[in-house]
Design a protein around this ligand. Sequence first.
Ligand code: BGC
Length: 362
Amino acid sequence: MRKRTLAVALLLAATSATVTACGDDSDDGTGSGKTPKIGVILPDSKTSARWETADRKYLTEAFKAAGVEFDIQNAQDDKTQFQTIADQMITNGVDVLVIVNLDSGTGKAVLDKAKSQGVATIDYDRLTLGGGAQYYVSFDNVKVGQRIGDGLVKCLADMKASKPVVAELNGGPTDNNAKLFKDGYDSVLKPKYDSGEYVKGPDQSVPKWDNTEAGTIFEQMLVQKPDIAGVAAANDGLANAAIAALRKQKLNGKVPVTGQDATTQGLQNVLVGDQCMTVYKPIKQEADALAKLAIALAKKETPAAPDKVYDPEGKRDVPSVLLEAQSIFKANVKDVVNDGYVTKQELCTGDFAAKCAEVGIN
Ligand code: BGC
């Protein structure tokens, strides 16, 4: 991990060095002397708090610090809107178009159009299968999924669960990340199902990561299998939906639930013991990596990328920056606060204050 972090740091340092060098010239490297312009399309604001509270914030800070022009818009889970925003950005002369796709099909259409207009393209967080983006910036999402699986195993062991029935509440099927997360936690859970240590319970995807629908799906799972003893949930929003259903049955805290994103709500659920763990993805690092790459591309450079990801539909390796995530249990919630991702004021409200004090968030 050290080595990889170093590699990423070197790439970023090298990229910023080039950017600075170009910035010293009167020409910005685009040959036009104009300030680079970067467009970013975020997917929605309901499936995870991260897009508006973290990604938008950190990207804005990074672009402002670099002195580039930028336009960050949110498609609000509307594919038509997604395409309209992309068209506008291309018409407005962005040098680079960055997308978090809603699905690979519409993502590809937008990337193709950008490319045909000479606009550079980057997939942010979600890979567009067959999309042909020049770069991909994300986390190692299979490893993120493994953390969910390992976390659940630890939580079940702590509870001394015997032959627990494990339910899986997966992310949106059109999001390639949902598949990667599942590949990750299944790599941990499947051997346990196969050996009989765990019992495989209901296993369902939540269309478009819709948190409300997740609640309905999980309630049905509980009807079908009232003895569910552990839940691998693919993010904190889905986890919260499961926890709400468990609360109705007074099972919260008795059935470990995992998650991902370290949202304020997710961390609060961890603090009170209703959620066993979450995975913290330092979005600032992701946003910074994206900003550096986008700025280099806008300047017509060809930055090196430390990683690659295979796109099975495009049948190619996509040059990538893949960052590391961290598992968060009650005992280390403070790491997320110390990293500045959530403030004590946001997290330790009302009854959570006492819980924060218990785990050293002062
Ligand atoms: C992201 C997650 C997010 C989910 C729902 C995934 O692609 O990696 O962080 O929770 O989408 O928005």
